[in-house]
Design a protein around this ligand. Structure first.
Ligand code: ZN
Length: 323
């Protein structure tokens, strides 16, 4: 810095902005082109990371409450062509995200539970989408999506329970899986508030951390265990079953959300627990552990209780923080 009277001037020969990494800013935005009535009008721009889940062919894309349908997607040219539609449904992409732990930066463990932060490799496949009717939320159809897998390196925080704890707390692996998925749903929403981000800035996933299997919520509302190729498998058939619940920074390279998340890990678990406990529903609902099926209520299985059991174990031995 150089001082002249009472004013300071920047004298370094490099421009300060040069030292700011733009690595996490993705490669090219997609433009959304409205072709209704033969026109060609750019109506929106979508960043690279969310294009696969919002602009696939057949998607209903909303611009200022006006629904458009994606007619075609030019992936390499980064363009989506849409027309106005009056469809009475919206679409929801099915996300098969699998994570592989590459490096462990720090962790806290005891004999029952373990929480870690580190680098992960994420492969996201969007194999299809659901059509969901407005108001009733009925599922009225499926469509396939044929897009390249999305890959990125990012940082994540993950929680695991020892196999003996899983055996002790759950009748079977299916219930444990449902518990992890329900807990992930609540923790994802609580965590985005805790690190002052939007839910989209964080991703959640349940898997073995080795990219051998990952869990998804199936059309029947139950957790499903899937192998690498996306095929479904009975959890009991897996040799080693040690699910991990991941909350990851949803940008390539990470934008620094996992460190504060790790620091506040005890609070995220505690807040998710109180969120679920305070919810008025009996077996679970979209406000706490995610949508459940009416049949759960008839069978007496409570996805809500399963999620609470998981959170109880996560918090059992984590020292409380002042924050
Ligand atoms: Zn609820």
């Amino acid at each position: 810095m150089h001082r002249e009277h009472d004013t300071w001037h920047w004298t370094e020969d490099s421009y300060p902005a040069q030292s700011v990494s733009l690595r996490s800013v993705a490669e090219g935005n997609f433009v959304v082109i409205d072709t209704t009535d033969g026109a060609k009008r750019i109506i929106a721009e979508v960043d690279y990371s969310s294009a696969a889940e919002t602009l696939y062919e057949g998607a209903i894309y909303m611009v200022q409450a006006m629904p458009y349908q994606v007619e075609s997607l030019d992936w390499t040219g980064r363009k989506a062509f849409v027309t106005q539609t009056r469809a009475d449904y919206y679409t929801d992409a099915i996300d098969y995200s699998r994570l592989k732990i590459l490096d462990n930066f720090e962790s806290e463990r005891d004999t029952r539970t373990e929480t870690s932060r580190g680098e992960v490799h994420l492969v996201r496949r969007i194999p299809g989408y659901k059509k969901i009717r407005y108001y009733t939320h009925e599922n009225i159809g499926f469509g396939n999506i044929n897009l390249p897998d999305q890959e990125m390196h990012t940082t994540a925080v993950w929680w695991q329970l020892a196999p003996s704890v899983l055996d002790e707390c759950f009748d079977n692996r299916q219930q444990a899986l449902d518990g992890f998925l329900g807990a992930a749903y609540a923790m994802h929403h609580v965590a985005s508030l805790t690190v002052m981000a939007e839910p989209h800035d964080l991703g959640r996933a349940v898997g073995d951390g080795d990219a051998r299997w990952f869990a998804t919520v199936g059309a029947n509302g139950r957790g499903q265990l899937r192998t690498l190729d996306g095929g479904e498998r009975d959890p009991e058939a897996e040799g080693r079953f040690r699910p991990a619940l991941f909350l990851y920074d949803n940008y390539p390279g990470g934008v620094g959300l996992s460190a504060p998340l790790y620091d506040r890990r005890a609070r995220v678990v505690a807040d998710a627990r109180s969120l679920i406990q305070a919810c008025d529903c009996k077996y679970g609902c979209p406000a706490c552990v995610g949508p459940i099926l009416a049949s759960d209520e008839q069978r007496g299985f409570s996805p809500k209780q399963a999620a609470l059991t998981v959170l109880e174990q996560f918090s059992a031995h984590v020292p409380e923080e002042a924050a």
